[in-house]
Design a binder for this molecule. Structure first.
Ligand code: IPD
Ligand code: CA
Ligand code: CA
Length: 264
């Protein structure tokens, strides 16, 4: 891929995230056809599907052969050299309740590695972006993780999967353990934004089980490009298909892994 086409894809992703974000902002609080997917707590709205359709149409107009993986309509395209990984609305439960914490997340993978990503928060009008090897920015300002090196003084975030029926205990044991080990915890409801907040130094760390590639593909790159660290619960590479992720400023990473292992 030439770097010109790389740049074009990235700029297209940024524009698409902004347009989709404007759509979400405009429909917030209107009739959005909330319904459950497979289990009652796993929601989808017309805004999710319209946002994904918009993003897909913008990609298809310029890069019709690229593979697109979107949460609401699965995989399309025939040339997997480039894969767009799209969460058209991260934070659907918040959105359905008018809780103003949600985002649009788009990552672009080339030859199996995420090269760039954008997460757009339409209510705060904050655009988080990262290019592999090129750093991370929010609205033009460079992002840097925090320098907190003591888990006891750390503000952490997490989330709980909608499919709790499969695993009723789920994340609660880790939640209780971190309640004791850290300064405070937050559960805000948009994993993509949680990761961007780690990149911005607002959260010192984040962990969550049972996530999907579209929740984390862009945010994980934004964290590492802001100087942070990502891994699976065992400290191995954070793979998009692993489900679980730990993201931190790097300094408290081992302490977080120890808590998840049950050692602290
Ligand atoms: C959800 C959000 C939430 C996380 C859930 C995800 P969705 O994504 O990222 O923070 O806790 O596990 O499913 O369904 O709103 O796109
Ligand atoms: Ca999501
Ligand atoms: Ca979603």
């Amino acid at each position: 891929m030439t770097s010109r086409l790389n740049d074009e894809r990235f700029e297209l992703a940024r524009g698409a995230a902004r347009q989709a974000g404007a759509l979400l902002r405009g429909k917030l609080g209107t009739h959005i056809g909330v319904r459950s997917k497979d289990v009652r707590s796993n929601l989808v709205t017309e805004a999710d599907t319209q946002s994904e359709a918009l993003i897909r149409s913008l990609i298809a107009r310029r890069f019709p052969d690229d593979v697109v993986l979107g949460e609401e309509t699965g995989t399309s395209g025939r040339d997997a050299t480039h894969r767009w990984i799209v969460d058209p609305l991260d934070g659907t439960t918040n959105y359905a309740h008018g809780y103003r914490c949600f985002s649009v997340s788009i990552a672009i993978e080339s030859d199996g590695e995420v090269q760039s990503g954008v997460v757009y928060d339409p209510m705060a009008d904050e655009e988080y972006i990262a290019l592999r090897g090129g750093g991370a920015r929010c609205n033009g300002t460079e992002l840097h993780v925090s320098d907190q090196d003591d888990l006891c003084d750390a503000l952490l975030a997490t989330g709980f999967p909608a499919h709790r029926v499969d695993d009723p205990i789920g994340n609660l044991k880790a939640f209780a353990d971190f309640m004791n080990a850290a300064q405070a915890l937050r559960r805000d409801g948009s994993a993509a934004l949680d990761l961007c907040y780690v990149a911005a130094g607002r959260f010192d760390g984040f962990w969550e089980p049972s996530l999907h590639a579209w929740d984390i593909a862009a945010g994980a790159l934004i964290v590492t490009e802001a100087g942070g660290k990502t891994s699976d619960y065992g400290g191995g590479p954070a793979r998009l298909d692993a489900g679980e992720i730990v993201a931190s400023n790097g300094k408290i990473h081992d302490a977080m892994l120890a808590v998840l292992k049950g050692d602290r």
